[in-house]
Every structure is written in structure tokens, then in C-alpha cells.
Design a binder for this molecule. Structure first.
Ligand code: PHE
Ligand code: NA
Length: 459
């Protein structure tokens, strides 16, 4: 068989891992999740989840990919015959996510374009989707009703999203994924920093930050807040989705796994914090100027990015178009680098399983996801998109993480072996705490949360 592809440089791998982690979840999801779950107090469950589950699991996934050198199903199969299905399950989740993640990036792309030609104009609801989002709460669901024809608005950007993503994947790991991330991530950081600085210098910015950081201590003892913290960490770090296993399967033999995991984890959380600051500074500006309560603005969920932000940017004192491009362009770059990683997981899985070429696997896997995503972009499709997102968050994200941790630590009992492998190639070693986090703390907390949450949902 042909040799497995490899990253060109260590920085290339780290940038790609960060590119996967830093995505729409950082920019539109984290700020309102933190705000709704205790504000400043949310940082405790969040940090706890990062240190006891996020980074330890990242180390585990990096190690599995590096040691067994395969896509997620192949790596899990090599870990033990009994665990191959975990890899396929994770790939299935990734596939579902890719179909709607692409649509959201296409929205952001459309909005970037509207920022240039000012199509939002005075009326940010002028774009049909904004109108739709205003009437239908995407989080709690609701009837789509008459939303007019969305296809013309989002069809072209959606095609573009897929042309770029599949184009990058055709080129392979080193010349495709690595090169794309080398361009996207530095550009993203610069663009996003510019908009954060602008937001912070607006009148009223501090009002927003006060609201964001104000701790609501009574919240942090409720299970729902911990579920939110773990859910955010898992989604945000792209763990439990087969991604980090796939990416690390392309690492050269000599690679510092432990260090790479810490760098990836902390970079992602820093970007999240930065996004929270930028978004809430802008909300403070709006609240200050219009008299609308921060609470009202902040709880718009996904509408925050696509309805509230155009409004805010429209009222910026000068250079609206430019800042509109910065904000929505950031969403596009962050989203694309994540989408590339999601699609790569099933491309790689198909390639390994059926022993076909990368190009064929991209055409089959990527092509199928692209077709389904076009359905999501049509009139009735938003309804399914909503359902898919709900389903994934309820049954996919943290559950797949929990199952993989329990299987590896308790059923096939591979933690010591994996730890030896990681420590053998890393600069600093992890100790007993790593096994305790994965074998005890994470299963107990996650298990408890699932039971609590199920009870609450049933009653
Ligand atoms: N981590 C990405 C984000 O924060 C989302 C993502 C989830 C990417 C799952 C890949 C897989 O937006
Ligand atoms: Na993220």
C-alpha cells in the first residue's frame, strides 16, 4: 500500500488542529452560551471541563491517531477489534454536522458580500434569512412558515463553499489542508483582532463587558450549566468527532503530542474569550445607543450573528462595510478551516475502508454531503437544519466523547499503553492525573449529567 500522507511541518499540523477547533462555535456560540449560563461564573465549569476533559481527551485522540496511523475507524479497529464502531459513529456525526455547517458558512459568505455592497442597507431584515430568523427561534424550534425563496440568496455562496473545501481536500494533507490553514488562520487572527479593537473603542463597550463578565453564582450549581460547559468544550475543540484522530494520523513519528494538545486547547479557548469580549463590546455599544436591554440582544442565539450584528455594524460610526467584511469574513475563514477538517474525517475513513484514492473518496463523501447541504438551503430545509442541530447536540457531541472514554479506559483498558506512547514522544510527561481525568472524573461528571438531563427532559 501507498505510504500514509504526512504534514510538512509541526506548525502546519498545529495550525490545522487550531483551524479545526476555532470555528463558528467560538464566534457565535461561545459568547451567548457563556452569557446564558452564569456569565463570569461560567468560567469555572468551563475551565474545569477544559482541564479535566478537553485537553486530556485531546491528548488521547492525538495519541490514538499517532500510534495507529489511520482514520478514526481504522485507528479504533487497531486499538481493539471491539471498538471500530466508535470510529464510524463519530464519522457519522461529523457527516451530519458537515451538511449544515456548510450552510451557515454560506450565510456568512452572503453577508460578507452584502457588507461590501450594503445590501442590508437600512433594513437588516431585508435579507430573507434575517427575516426568517426573527420569526423562528432556531433554538427552541417552531414552524418555518412562509419564508419565501432562500435559494437564490445562499445557493451561489454554498456552491463556493464546497468548491473551496473539496478543492483543498483534492490536493491532500500537505499541499491542501496545510497550505489552506497557513493562509486562513493568520488572516483570521488579524481580521478578528481589528474588529475586537474597534468594538472595544466604541461608546458603551464597557456596559457590554460588564454584562458579560458579571458572575451569576446561583447558576453554577445547576446540572444544565455543566452540560453546557462540557458541550461547549467538546464541540469547540472538535473532540469526539474523529477529527483530531484523523489529523494526528498524518503526524510524523517524532511529534510532541502532549505539547501540541495544550497549545491547541489554549489557543482555542483564547480565541473564544476574545470573541466573547468583541461580541459583547459591540452589544454594549448597541444597547447604549438604542436603549434596548443587553439581555434582549444577547439571547438571540444564532440570530446574534446574522440579525443583530448587521444591525450593530450598520450603526458603526464610519467604515461599516469594512467592518462588516471583517466580521463576516472571519466567520467564513473560521468556518471553512473547520469544515475542511470535518469532511476530511469521512474522506479518510472511506479511503482506508475501501482502499480507494483520495480523489475518489472526496468525490463520494464530500459530494454526498454537498448535495444534502443544498437541501438544507432550500425553503423547508431550514426546518431540518434546526432538527439536525438539536439532535446532534442532544445525542451526538458529548455522548460520543463519553462512550469513547469509557470504552478506552474501562472496556479495552488501553489508557496506560496510550499514555506510555504519548509520554515517549513528548517533551513533558503526563502523570496519574491524566488517567484519573479520563477514567474517573470525565465519565462520572458526564454520566451524571446525562442522567440528570434525561430526567429533566422527560419530566
Ligand atoms: N470546533 C468547531 C467550532 O468551534 C466546530 C466543529 C465541530 C468542527 C465539530 C469540526 C467538528 O466551531
Ligand atoms: Na472552537
Amino acid at each position: 500500500m501507498k505510504e500514509r500522507e504526512q504534514w510538512g511541518t509541526r506548525a502546519g499540523f498545529i495550525l490545522a488542529a487550531i483551524g479545526s477547533a476555532v470555528g463558528l462555535g467560538n464566534i457565535w456560540r461561545f459568547p451567548y452560551v457563556a452569557y446564558e449560563n452564569g456569565g463570569g461564573a461560567f468560567f469555572f465549569p468551563y475551565l474545569f471541563a477544559l482541564l479535566t476533559a478537553g485537553i486530556p481527551l485531546l491528548i488521547m485522540e492525538f495519541t490514538i491517531g499517532h500510534k495507529y496511523r489511520g482514520s478514526a475507524p481504522l485507528s479504533y479497529a487497531r486499538l481493539s477489534k471491539k471498538t471500530e464502531w466508535i470510529g464510524w459513529w463519530q464519522i457519522a456525526i461529523s457527516f451530519v454536522i458537515s451538511t449544515y455547517y456548510a450552510v451557515i458558512i454560506a450565510w456568512a459568505m452572503a453577508y460578507t458580500y452584502f457588507a461590501v455592497n450594503q445590501r442590508w442597507g437600512e433594513d437588516t431584515g431585508g435579507f430573507l434569512m434575517a427575516d426568517y430568523l426573527k420569526r423562528v427561534d432556531l433554538v427552541s424550534g417552531g414552524a418555518p412558515g412562509d419564508i419565501g425563496s432562500l435559494v437564490p440568496g445562499v445557493f451561489i455562496p454554498l456552491v463556493l463553499v464546497w468548491v473551496i473545501t473539496l478543492g483543498v481536500l483534492f490536493k491532500g494533507v500537505k499541499r491542501g489542508i496545510e497550505v489552506a490553514n497557513r493562509i486562513f488562520i493568520p488572516l483570521l487572527v488579524v481580521m478578528f483582532l481589528l474588529i475586537v479593537v474597534r468594538a472595544l473603542t466604541l461608546e458603551g463597550a464597557m456596559l457590554g463587558l460588564d454584562a458579560f463578565f458579571k458572575p451569576n453564582w446561583s447558576e453554577i450549581m445547576t446540572p444544565a450549566v455543566w452540560v453546557a460547559a462540557y458541550g461547549q468544550i467538546f464541540f469547540s475543540l472538535s473532540i469526539g468527532f474523529a477529527i483530531m484522530i484523523t489529523y494526528s494520523s498524518y503526524l510524523p513519528k517524532k511529534s510532541d503530542i502532549n505539547n501540541n494538545a495544550f497549545i491547541t486547547g489554549f489557543s482555542n479557548s483564547s480565541f473564544e474569550l476574545l470573541a466573547g469580549i468583541g461580541v459583547f463590546a459591540a452589544i454594549g455599544f448597541m444597547a447604549n445607543a438604542s436603549g434596548v436591554g443587553i439581555n434582549e440582544v444577547a439571547s438571540a442565539g444564532i440570530g446574534l450573528a446574522f440579525v443583530v450584528f448587521p444591525e450593530i455594524i450598520n450603526t458603526f460610526p464610519g467604515m461599516n462595510g469594512f467592518f462588516g467584511v471583517l466580521f463576516f469574513g472571519s466567520l467564513v475563514l473560521a468556518g471553512l478551516s473547520s469544515l475542511i477538517s470535518i469532511v476530511e474525517t469521512f474522506v479518510s475513513g472511506i479511503q482506508d475502508k475501501f482502499k480507494i484514492s483520495r480523489v475518489k473518496a472526496v468525490m463520494i463523501g464530500g459530494g454526498l454531503s454537498a448535495l444534502i447541504s443544498i437541501l438544507f438551503a432550500t425553503q423547508g430545509g431550514l426546518f431540518f437544519l434546526d432538527a439536525a442541530d438539536y439532535f446532534i447536540n442532544q445525542f451526538g457531541v458529548a455522548l460520543a466523547g463519553l462512550v469513547s472514554v469509557v470504552a478506552v479506559s474501562w472496556f479495552v483498558k488501553k489508557l496506560p499503553e496510550l499514555q506510555d506512547h504519548a509520554n515517549g514522544v513528548s517533551d513533558f510527561r503526563t502523570g496519574l492525573w491524566w488517567k484519573i481525568c479520563l477514567g474517573v472524573i470525565t465519565p462520572v461528571v458526564l454520566g451524571y449529567m446525562f442522567i440528570q438531563n434525561t430526567i429533566e427532559n422527560v419530566t
